[in-house]
Structure formats: structure tokens, C-alpha cells
Design a protein around this ligand. Structure first.
Ligand SMILES: [Zn+2]
Length: 166
């Protein structure tokens, strides 16, 4: 609660009377109008300034900390961009494993090279005859038919006897 004081002589001496700068807030050296004396501009401004300074200091400290943690490309030695950093942190391995330590251009190059190597290997495998893969000599082979299933066929009895000749 601000305490303001005044002097009767000041009020009577001031053309504005009590509305003039005849009030002094305890703790302040200046004589002010009553409104100014009761107002707290200095305190508020100071407080806001301090808060703003603290906020900026904090932001700077955070930024410095962040920069210290920013990865460096293992390919070209450049620091990661924010985008690349986020990619590596968030989406994991966009260009395949082994490239997360690289900046985007390097990772892409790495990826492209790996792709090219893979394609080259694939082509080489196709060009070379496969060794021992197929079974040879299939020309004369015939499909093996499964043996016929013996159906239980009731055979009629034959009256004709076959007597052994003798
Ligand atoms: Zn790089």
C-alpha cells in the first residue's frame, strides 16, 4: 500500500492546488501529482524489464545449450540444420541406417551410393551364371504317374472250372 505525504504550504503555493505536484510517495524523492504518486510506473516497468531480461537470458542459455548439442555431419563436418536435426531425432532413419550422423546432402549421397552399389551387385548377380542352383538332365525324364488305386471290385464267381489237364 503506497503512502503519500504532502505539505499544506505546497498545496496553497501551487496554482493547481491539491491537483498539482504536491504529493510525495514515501521512498521517492520527487514530488508528483497524486495520481502519479499513487501509480507504480517505475516499479512495474522495472519488474517487466527484469522479467524480460531474465527471459532473454534463459532463451540465450537454452539456445547455447541447444547449439552445443547440435550434431555435426560425419561426412562433411557441417552442423546439422534444424530441419535435418528434427528429422534425425523424430523420424529416425530417413535415408537408411548409417546415415543418421550425416547432414541431409551427405545422407542423400550416402543413400544414393548405397542404392547404386546394390543395383550394381544385383546386375552382377544376374549376369553371372548361377552355380549349382538348377537340377540338370531333365530332358528325358517323364512325369511319374502315381500308381492306380485298386478299387475293391467284387468279381462274379465263374462256374467254369478249370480242371487241370492231365
Ligand atoms: Zn554433410
Amino acid at each position: 500500500m503506497p503512502v503519500v505525504v504532502t505539505e499544506l504550504e505546497r498545496i496553497t503555493a501551487d496554482p493547481a492546488g491539491a491537483a498539482g505536484e504536491v504529493w510525495r510517495r514515501l521512498g521517492r524523492a520527487r514530488w508528483q501529482t497524486l495520481t502519479e504518486a499513487l501509480d507504480n510506473p517505475d516499479g512495474d516497468r522495472l519488474h517487466a524489464l527484469q522479467r524480460e531480461r531474465a527471459r532473454r537470458r534463459e532463451a540465450e542459455r537454452e539456445a547455447a545449450e541447444r547449439e552445443a548439442q547440435r550434431p555435426v555431419c560425419t561426412g562433411c563436418g557441417q552442423r546439422f540444420t534444424d530441419t535435418r536435426w528434427q528429422e534425425v531425432l523424430g523420424r529416425g532413419r530417413p535415408w537408411g541406417s548409417g546415415s543418421t550422423g550425416m547432414c541431409e546432402p551427405c545422407a542423400k549421397e550416402h543413400f544414393d551410393r548405397a542404392e547404386a552399389e546394390r543395383a550394381a551387385r544385383h546386375r552382377a548377380e544376374e549376369a553371372a551364371p548361377a552355380a549349382g542352383g538348377r537340377s540338370g538332365g531333365a530332358e528325358g525324364a517323364r512325369p511319374v504317374r502315381p500308381p492306380p488305386i485298386a478299387a475293391p471290385c467284387p468279381r462274379p464267381k465263374t462256374s467254369a472250372s478249370t480242371a487241370p489237364g492231365g
